[in-house]
Design a protein around this ligand. Structure first.
Ligand code: SF4
Ligand code: SF4
Ligand code: FES
Length: 284
């Protein structure tokens, strides 16, 4: 995709990035004018457009994108919903880093800095800042669901607190797909997408594989094997980039991917581990 730079004809006159001293009447004294560079385009290509836009104290990047829509670029496409870091819709790349626009405060940037907002690079663009994240839904469908244990009714499940805590950490996921976007396995390698589920869905496999009540194995489903052979666990080289961008602070690599790798290796090379798991399951 091309990213040729173009200057918006709608940008206001250049000004210093620090407080302008020319705020409109009624605007807070802490307002200033920021330089935004936003990717505009669609499936046929596009480029970066420059804007000068007013910023007020306490605002986040999504506020500025909304102000651009209201004042200079009414057809700018952006996906958002909650503006509270919970729906996972407003994912984009801000100065090259995958982030939620609604949770990125303007105060973290130097006022003189140009703020570049681009769509998530790992997914195809629909228009402007909106990408087609269908890849993730495809991968989600490829992970078999929790298999309920036989003879135990819902409501009768009993688990150790540490098992509950582990699942709850993974369940904080808001499906923003920033981890999927940042993972180098697919970010620059479209050809890997068919064979690699990505950190979000390998985490789901790990969650189910470590779930003490999941009866997948009794039903003939070996989640460790499928992690390797169907979800591409071996592609992950535990660089932790996914963990670094997760807005929920989930320790994807340490708590899901590394344990899953260890369990897969144990299963493959240690017959005692395999036998032990069989005996443990029979005794349940
Ligand atoms: S730790 Fe693995 S899944 Fe996460 S970004 Fe690195 S390679 Fe991708
Ligand atoms: S694991 Fe974190 S970064 Fe990945 S989709 Fe879930 S919330 Fe987003
Ligand atoms: S708008 Fe919901 S997470 Fe940003």
């Amino acid at each position: 995709m091309t990213t040729a730079t173009s200057q918006s004809s709608e940008g206001s006159p250049a000004s210093g990035a620090a407080s302008t001293g020319t705020e409109p009447a009624g605007a807070p004294a802490t307002s200033y004018e920021a330089h935004f560079r936003v990717w505009r385009g669609d499936t046929d290509g596009g480029g970066l457009e420059d804007f000068r836009v007013e910023v007020h104290e306490g605002e986040v990047v999504l506020d500025i994108i909304h102000r651009l829509q209201a004042t200079q670029a009414p057809d700018l496409a952006v996906r958002w919903n909650c503006k509270a870091g919970k729906c996972g819709s407003c994912s984009a790349e801000i100065n090259g880093r995958p982030r939620l626009m609604c949770m990125t405060r303007m105060s973290v940037f130097d006022r003189a800095q140009t703020i570049t907002v681009t769509p998530m690079r790992a997914f195809p663009v629909v228009r402007d800042l909106v990408t087609d994240v269908g890849f993730n839904y495809t991968k989600a469908r490829e992970v078999p669901a929790f298999v309920p244990p036989e003879g135990v009714a819902p409501g009768e499940y009993r688990m150790q607190q540490e098992d509950v805590d582990r699942s709850q950490e993974f369940r904080k996921c808001i499906e923003c797909f920033l981890c999927q976007d940042t993972c180098h396995v697919v970010r620059d390698h479209e050809e890997n997408k068919a064979a690699f589920a990505g950190p979000r869905f390998l985490m789901r496999v790990a969650e189910l594989d470590m779930h003490p009540l999941d009866a997948a194995e009794d039903a003939g489903l070996d989640r460790k094997r499928t992690a390797q052979e169907e979800h591409g666990l071996g592609y992950c080289n535990i660089t932790k980039c996914c963990t670094e961008v997760c807005p929920e602070g989930i320790r994807i690599t340490d708590n899901a991917l590394i344990p899953l790798k260890e369990r897969a290796v144990d299963r493959k090379y240690d017959p005692l581990v395999w036998l032990g798991s069989k005996i443990r399951r029979r005794g349940r």
